[in-house]
Design a protein. Structure first.
Length: 333
């Protein structure tokens, strides 16, 4: 029998961990780690042990996210949540930014250059378990991959390094961050657009690094991904009627000509599913700005909203017994 479970009041709104995760952007694994390791965000419990979060819990999560965005390590957040600490702790932030993310980037670089799988996965495991993905992406992954792009530029082993890193990161997409037992939020294909003219090697590497980051982000959003590799824009119409997709994400080169952009416009207006340009070179397609993607998270959110609407319409008129209770058989949350 569980001891010391908080009493559940009938007059307050309590949310399960899945809804809190969607509301705050902090996944369930991270919320559990905050509670277990640092005594943060202590929820109430049902008699069966399921976590239920109050409005005060949600406010605490927002405050924690604010401190994390400033660069404070999660292990040092708890003392800052008190009202007396909030007004005097701003000067503590900058040194912690360097300590938290800068040192991790240096260690990641060393791990990659040494082909040290254990160290690479250890750092990524720690980051993904303790911090929201979007924060890890902004503060660690993007700066690190940009830095790595520059560091390998003159190395003779650049292609070997990139091949090894790609293998390691994609193993995470197919392993720990797969969404086993949960329905996919969307089904998306990714294409790296090939260029008529020769593409500079550094541009290809930049696209490849972005593709890896995109794969990690899509996996964190429970997206089923079909990687179609590098394709010419003229091949895309061959997908019509052969793949059922929620969207097609296109990673362009930096210097597509005006005639190529005109061809892209013709092709994209004929596709049967939404097509969006993503990546560092998408803004160079000035004549195709209507096809630029919002943030990946926003795009998947829009797709999920449309999917929920379709499901609700398909269930209209059915009894509650047919709606399903998918949450009843999950592990304790």
């Amino acid at each position: 029998m569980k001891k010391d479970l908080p009493l559940i009041s009938d007059d307050e709104t309590l949310l399960p961990i899945g809804e809190v995760s969607a509301l705050t952007g902090v996944n369930a694994v991270t919320l559990r780690a905050w509670q277990r390791r640092f005594g943060l965000v202590i929820p109430k419990r049902t008699p069966k042990g399921h976590r239920l979060y109050t409005s005060e819990n949600i406010q605490e999560i927002h405050e924690i996210n604010a401190w994390l965005a400033k660069g404070v390590a999660i292990s040092k957040v708890k003392p800052l949540l008190t009202s007396t600490a909030k007004s005097s702790s701003t000067e503590m932030v900058e040194p912690q930014v360097v300590e938290l993310w800068g040192e991790q980037m240096t260690t990641l670089n060393t791990a990659v250059f040494d082909f040290n799988q254990r160290k690479l996965q250890q750092i990524l495991d720690e980051a993904f378990s303790l911090y929201p993905f979007q924060l890890v992406k902004e503060k660690l992954l993007q700066p690190w991959l940009n830095q790595l792009d520059d560091l390998v530029d003159e190395r003779l082993d650049a292609e070997l390094i990139m091949a090894w890193l790609k293998s390691e990161l994609l193993s995470r997409v197919g392993g720990r961050y797969a969404f086993t037992g949960q329905p996919a939020a969307a089904r998306i294909a990714v294409v790296q657009l090939s260029h008529g003219a020769a593409t500079p090697p550094n541009s290809s590497r930049t696209k490849s690094l972005y593709s890896l980051l995109l794969s990690l982000e899509l996996a964190s959003l429970r997206v089923s991904v079909i990687d179609l590799g590098e394709q010419a824009i003229g091949h895309l119409p061959l997908l019509r009627g052969r793949l059922k997709l929620d969207a097609l994400l296109l990673i362009p080169d930096p210097n597509h000509s005006g005639s190529e952009q005109a061809e892209m416009l013709t092709v994209l207006t004929q596709m049967s599913f939404p097509c969006r340009f993503v990546g560092p070179f998408a803004p160079t397609l000035t004549s195709l700005s209507a096809f630029w993607a919002p943030s990946i998270a926003d795009l998947i959110g829009q797709i999920s909203t449309r999917s929920v609407g379709k499901v609700n319409r398909s269930h209209k008129g059915k009894g509650k017994s047919e709606q399903g209770n998918s949450g009843e058989h999950n592990d304790i949350s």
